[in-house]
Design a protein around this ligand. Structure first.
Ligand code: SAH
Length: 243
């Protein structure tokens, strides 16, 4: 059976990849992916054939990878973070039947997890991951999910917090959360996780409302218990510490 692996490569640096992802890429004939991710991988897999697709639409890129797999080449299609989280795993699985290709999904460390580690331990208890991109999900649905997560006092991780066209979405999101949570709620942002220029910043929910995030930023909104301990964002597990 012809095979295509959809591989999550983690946040960016080689050390952030799983051993399974490294072995899958090593075993592949061709690596297909967005130019930025191929460029991150090239120095570590110098003998591999890379097929990078800069401007191509997502579905086109999936079809191209499936066509190459159908020709008999073993393909690793790479995505940042985890391929099943706002990634290419689902369209690949949905389209694979047309090409008679077997699909394997190789997990990767998603930005919520790698960014959480940079901040400390903000996601200790229940949390929700919500993307603010309304390219494929209507804004009303995103708002409904934000409302549920806010009223349920879940820590919230925001992916795709902003872009040129959506400059005010983060501020609007904060207004929604502020209906249920104090303006002093501890929040954090992490930019370029595991890449050059990695940067973290802690702030209040009121300050986050005016923060201008870019598309390489992941945003963390704490729950009512989240606090700052020694410069780190921490949502307590609930243990009582006796001396
Ligand atoms: N599949 C990816 C998510 C893709 S959606 C994953 O599992 O991580 C793209 C969004 O993810 C970005 O807008 C940003 O919010 C977040 N993101 C992905 N990689 C990141 C990184 N290295 N640093 C900061 N944020 C990142």
């Amino acid at each position: 059976m012809k095979k295509l692996s959809v591989v999550g490569i983690g946040p960016g640096r080689y050390e952030g990849m799983t051993l399974q992802a490294i072995k899958t890429i090593e075993a592949a004939d061709v690596i297909v992916g967005y130019t930025v991710y191929c460029d991150l991988l090239k120095p570590h897999f110098p003998d591999k054939e890379f097929f990078s697709t800069p401007m191509m639409q997502e579905v086109e890129r999936c079809r191209l990878a499936l066509e190459k797999a159908a020709e008999g080449k073993t393909i690793a299609m790479v995505c940042s973070g985890d391929a099943g989280i706002y990634g290419m795993a689902s369209p690949i699985i949905e389209l694979a039947g047309e090409y008679g290709v077997e699909i394997e999904v190789v997990p990767g460390v998603t930005a919520a997890v790698s960014g959480s580690a940079v901040l400390g331990s903000p996601l200790t208890c229940d949390f929700a991951v919500i993307s603010l991109s309304d390219l494929l999900t209507p804004m009303e649905v995103i708002e409904q999910r934000l409302e549920g997560a806010s009223s349920g006092d879940l820590c919230i991780v925001l992916y795709n917090p902003s872009s040129k066209k959506r400059a005010d979405y983060l501020s609007h999101t904060c207004d929604m959360v502020l209906k249920h949570r104090s303006p002093d709620t501890v929040c954090g942002i992490v930019k370029n996780i595991g890449r050059e220029g990695e940067e973290m910043k802690l702030m209040t929910l009121a300050e986050l409302k005016d923060y201008s995030a870019d598309m390489f930023t992941t945003v963390f909104i704490g729950n009512s218990k989240t606090k700052i301990v020694d410069g780190k964002m921490v949502t307590p597990r609930g243990y009582v510490y006796e001396k």
